[in-house]
Design a protein around this ligand. Structure first.
Ligand code: UDP
Length: 381
């Protein structure tokens, strides 16, 4: 007997399963295409005994105490603040671009002029999106905006999205603002930490319940069929709830067209020395075909004499060939998504949740907050 079928064992599916199993005391089956749980948060110890993130660096940060309280039932934490450098003309400087960065890239007097101008215009510790700063009419701020735009955003965004910064949704580049302060951290949230034994371990703990069964290596379409407005589990009509966290266009057999996603090839390398670079991530906006190099030892300390690095090569997503990581926000994609969403509302026992199903650039804390909210609104009675 299964009460709920969850498609996808990433954070959205796992949080739903945990809530349903423990709070509703109902039986859940999770169907997962990959050979592991955890979705893109999946981490494991590699041959160098270093904990690596298979699908790229996942750094947990949030201001949401509810999310922390929830996850703390399943893991202890290590305090960790992520720092990123950007390589500009061979020099590695802190980003988000902040007042310290000014003094690294410009002569002292020029940096001072720009610092004064920033502080006259904006309050200390404010975050200014690059596309906002570009609108400035002040000539010093215009100079600064052009410098940051050209050196940090333009080419990185071309690699990452195949587009210019102004052609993607402005919230994307606003994730990495110009910071009118001296904090070199990549995120400014109150809580910045990592699950002590990794994401996979935390997620295993979330799923460790007698009401939860998991089928990995299984494409849901092998065992579930959507006919008209009804789901079939093998040959029987499924009367329970379906929670779908995968690509929404795939669920509906692409009938309104393919949604666009960005992907990336993740290339790991072992380097025969203790450390490779000075911080966890170094971005290369203007050189190479990869966007950034992450060195996992900075994220999860290890005694290994070697080190593991990851280079991320962005690519267009291609069905069955690579992984869809990011929704691509254009008007056209949003229109296609809206058609799928409207269609999904005709199916009574279907809930959509997660980055792929909702076609939203959710961070990990957003997913947990969102999933808990959907659970409370739709399932908890
Ligand atoms: N970005 C950039 N240069 C950088 C870092 C970020 O142009 O050095 C832009 C780019 O468009 C990127 C977006 O800011 O996609 C968001 O970056 P973030 O680091 O948040 O991306 P994520 O870690 O989610 O892949």
């Amino acid at each position: 007997m299964i009460d709920y079928i969850i498609i996808g064992a990433g954070l959205a599916g796992v949080v739903m399963a945990e809530r349903i199993a423990t709070q509703l005391n109902k039986k859940v089956l999770i169907i997962e295409k990959r050979n592991h749980i955890g979705g893109n948060c999946y981490d494991f110890k590699d041959e160098n005994n270093i904990l690596i993130h298979k699908y790229g660096p996942h750094l947990f940060h949030t201001n949401n105490k509810k999310v922390i309280n929830y996850l703390s039932k399943f893991t202890e934490w290590d305090i960790y603040s992520h720092e990123v450098l950007a390589s500009i003309d061979g020099k590695k400087v802190p980003i988000p671009f902040n007042i310290n960065t000014l003094y690294e890239v410009f002569p002292k007097s020029k940096a001072k002029t720009l610092e004064d101008k920033l502080l006259q215009t904006y309050s200390y510790n404010s975050k200014i999106p690059i596309l906002e700063l570009k609108k400035s009419t002040d000539k010093d701020l215009q100079f600064l905006a052009d410098f940051v735009y050209e050196n940090i955003f333009l080419n990185y965004t071309a690699k990452q999205w195949g587009m210019k910064p102004e052609d993607i949704d402005c919230t994307v580049t606003a994730r990495v603002p110009i910071f009118v302060g001296r904090d070199n951290r990549y995120f400014y949230d109150k809580y910045q930490m990592l699950p002590k034994n990794g994401y996979t371990k935390m997620i295993e703990n979330m799923l460790n319940h007698k009401n939860i069964k998991i089928m990995t290596n299984t494409d849901f379409k092998e065992i579930c069929t959507l006919k008209e407005k009804e789901f079939y589990f093998f040959d029987s009509k499924f009367e329970g709830q379906i929670i779908y966290t995968g690509q929404i266009d795939e669920l509906f057999d692409y009938k309104f067209g393919n949604l666009q996603y960005r992907s990336a090839e993740m290339k790991f390398e072992t380097i025969e020395k203790e450390y490779y670079q000075e911080k966890a991530t170094v971005n290369y906006p203007n050189d190479y075909e990869f966007t950034r190099i992450t060195e996992f030892k900075h994220i999860h300390p290890s005694n290994s004499k070697k080190t593991t690095i990851l280079k991320e090569y962005p690519q267009e997503y291609k069905k069955n060939q690579n992984t869809p990581y990011y929704p691509v926000f254009t008007k056209e994609n949003q229109n296609i998504y809206n058609k799928y969403l409207a269609n999904s509302r005709d199916i009574n026992n279907l809930l959509l949740v997660g980055r792929l199903a909702e076609y939203k650039y959710y961070d990990m804390d957003d997913i947990i907050e969102r999933t808990l909210a959907v659970y409370e609104k739709e399932l908890y009675v």
